[in-house]
Design a protein around this ligand. Structure first.
Ligand code: PA5
Length: 407
């Protein structure tokens, strides 16, 4: 994975960078996600190897950090790697969505993973009740939660298999833990390669690799300019990255939109996920000529698996588009991305960078996700927020509980 920055940067080890590295190293001692790339996954592999071969569908009942990461990886790899089992996500209390998903699965060939760190999330537990009540068979369900949670106790009484989140791994930083790895492994995805990609980024950052200064420079730029450039767009040139951008929006938004730790100020950076070339025909105008409050990170794939060429045919009245003849689609899409970058480089006030990932494979997406987790931690430290909590979402939950209780 390569990261090219097109804004003013200081590639030397400044005092700011030294301080930041020190703080992140300190944080690394207590925050669990940093060490996930080097974790032991024998229990996950063993469970997967001995799994019932007649099961064709895996259903994740979970929301937010308990579903978005696995979904991003599954959807990224799906066009290239035929999954061993189909993976479904029940994330919403929308009855249309629940009914539609249930129509697509044969209950007798389906296994449910109930994933909730807290074990008490309304969306997850309400859908679980709906599925469990008519099918109370312990073998249909595996539970992934924090040890000792109410859900853990329920699963223990039921006699179902349980897995636990490692210590100090927050929901939105849990994709590389059992939360993301279990559903993916059951679908035949190479989770060792996923972790290898993440580990390469981890080593590159913590052991003087190429990504270290890109990450530090980018984090410092975002933090120092966060009052002006408070919107961070990812513009990914592949449909396969659509759900990755959803994961990014959650990670960035829920981690960085906070009250500062040492002041009364509310701060935050607003994530936007865009997909090229589709969003060239919508959001791009706003980036090009709108308020100068956005930075843009382009994500490109170096290799697309499919060699598809535009045939050299001339269409009457459309002769001016003969320039498309014989062009491979993978070259076309990257030329489109490069052209937008070039056009934006002429608009000097839009901070840009480009991430190039080698191919659609587990290693690449593992690397990209870990890169974004690190970037989030770095920016969170610099803008002085607690990156790992989410007190802002509690107020609505409390009101909902009151409403439900007073029915
Ligand atoms: O990142 C987070 O902590 C949240 O988005 C949670 O993942 C989300 O609220 C779901 O929580 P839980 O896993 O406890 O059901």
């Amino acid at each position: 994975m390569e990261n090219r920055l097109y804004f003013n940067r200081l590639e030397t080890l400044t005092e700011d960078k030294k301080k930041l590295i020190k703080k992140i190293n300190l944080e690394r001692e207590s925050i669990g996600y940093y060490s996930l790339p080097k974790q032991n996954i024998d229990d996950i592999l063993e469970f997967t190897e001995n799994f019932d071969e007649s099961i064709e569908n895996i259903v994740v009942l979970g929301i937010g950090g308990s579903s978005l990461g696995a979904k991003a990886i599954y959807e990224f790899l799906k066009p290239i790697e035929q999954p061993k089992r189909s993976l479904f996500f029940f994330e919403s209390t929308d009855p249309l969505n629940i009914a539609d998903l249930l129509k697509q699965i044969d209950m007798d060939k389906t296994h449910f993973l109930i994933i909730s760190k807290s074990g008490g999330t309304v969306e997850t537990i309400s859908i679980f009740k709906y599925i469990y009540a008519p099918n109370p068979d312990k073998r249909r369900f595996t539970f992934i939660t924090d040890k000792g949670s109410s859900l853990d106790k329920f699963a223990e009484d039921l006699g179902s298999k349980r897995f636990y989140l490692p210590d100090n791994v927050g929901g939105r930083f849990s994709v590389l833990s059992v939360v993301g790895l279990m559903p993916l492994a059951l679908c035949g995805i190479d989770i060792k390669a996923l972790l290898k990609g993440a580990d390469d980024v981890c080593d590159s950052f913590f052991e003087e690799g190429l990504l270290k200064y890109a990450l530090l420079d980018k984090a410092l730029y975002y933090a120092k300019n966060h009052a002006r450039y408070n919107i961070n767009c990812i513009f990914a040139y592949s449909e396969t990255l659509k759900y990755f951008t959803e994961w990014y929006v959650q990670l960035w938004g829920e981690s960085l939109g906070k009250k500062q730790r040492c002041s009364a100020f509310n701060v935050g950076l607003t994530p936007i996920g865009l997909i090229g070339p589709k969003d060239q025909h919508s959001f791009l105008q706003l980036i090009m000529e709108g308020t100068r409050d956005k930075s843009v990170t382009f994500i490109k794939l170096r290799e697309f698996e499919h060699e598809m060429y535009i045939p050299p045919v001339t269409l009457k009245h459309l002769e001016s588009l003969d320039m498309l003849n014989d062009i491979a689609f993978h070259d076309l899409i990257n030329m489109q991305c490069d052209s937008v970058i070039e056009a934006l480089k002429n608009e000097k006030e839009v901070p840009l960078d480009e991430i190039i990932i080698p191919a659609v494979n587990a290693e690449s997406i593992g690397a990209l996700m870990y890169y974004y987790e690190l970037l989030t931690s770095l920016v969170g430290e610099l803008i002085d927020v607690n990156t790992y909590d989410q007190p802002g979402v509690e107020a609505g939950k409390i009101i909902l509980k009151e409403k439900l209780q007073s029915r």
